[in-house]
Design a protein around this ligand. Structure first.
Ligand SMILES: [Zn+2]
Length: 268
């Protein structure tokens, strides 16, 4: 394991619903470091949906690059600027924005990073609204089947996961051993367990496996596709399971994913 999980290193306090410089809401957020140069930002969103949910973005700070995985909603922009500043990053320094998929809660904030190269899978490109749509490049096919690359970025493996949206991908960072899965699997609308943004809780892992078993037993539409996507992730050796919404699960994620896959098979 590359990094020691730190406690939440920053968390803003609740403020009035004052507006920021561009009129966006100031939102609560949590920030934690996963490994050297890898961070999770979870924006507490109380207005987009009927339930309060965290929406996550991730930052990979390399020597010569600053990569953002997902960019949040438009309304988060002032908040994202504030969080990035706490880890010494200005929006102009972000060199790449990679999307896990094309839904607006992951896309819109990309407009903030004018200089950054932006990537999306081609099957989700049509979901992006103008004018952002025109500035996005597409991931290019890589060696393996269903695998892609973002031109110019080493150490990232991008895999089509086949469900949630036609172009949903998982992104594995070999350096931080973080696996970013977007909403392929996520903890939407769930509170953070014991208020922790990063956890190796066996209870969360078991609960996730039980959820998959339940989906299998209920013969949920699209479940077969989910299992195909999950199967493509089993060879990675992640230490962090980073979803589009909510808690980041840590420690021996390869076993966690294998157990999830077994739970899915058993339930079918
Ligand atoms: Zn989402």
């Amino acid at each position: 394991m590359l990094g020691i999980i730190e406690a939440i290193i920053s968390s803003n306090s609740r403020r009035d619903a004052d507006s920021g410089s561009k009129g966006w809401l100031k939102m609560n957020y949590k920030l934690a470091q996963l490994a050297a140069g890898a961070y999770v930002i979870a924006v507490e969103d109380t207005f987009s949906w009927d339930v309060m949910s965290y929406t996550n973005c991730y930052v990979l700070k390399r020597e010569d690059k600053i990569i953002l995985i997902d960019a949040g909603r438009q309304e988060y922009q002032d908040t994202i600027v504030e969080v990035l500043s706490t880890i010494g990053i200005t929006p102009e320094q972000v060199t790449q924005v990679l999307l896990t998929h094309g839904h607006r809660d992951h896309v819109e904030g990309a407009a903030l990073f004018k200089q950054a190269e932006k990537f999306v899978h081609r099957a989700d490109a049509s979901m992006l609204a103008a004018p952002l749509a025109t500035v996005f490049k597409q991931y290019v096919p890589a060696a393996g089947e269903f695998t892609f690359a973002a031109t110019g970025i080493e150490a990232l493996e991008i895999v089509l996961v086949n469900t949630h949206s036609p172009g949903s991908v998982a992104i594995y960072d070999r350096l931080s051993q973080a696996l970013f899965v977007g909403d392929f699997f996520c903890y939407f609308g769930e509170n953070l367990p014991d208020g922790e943004l990063v956890t190796d809780s066996e209870r969360i892992k078991r609960g996730s496996c039980d959820y998959v078993a339940g989906q299998a037993a209920a013969k949920e539409p699209g479940f077969d596709k989910f299992m195909l996507g999950l199967n493509r992730l089993l060879n990675f050796t992640p230490e962090f399971f980073c979803t589009g919404h909510g808690v980041v699960v840590s420690r021996d994620i390869q076993t966690f994913l294998a157990n999830m896959w077994k739970s899915g098979r058993k339930g079918q």
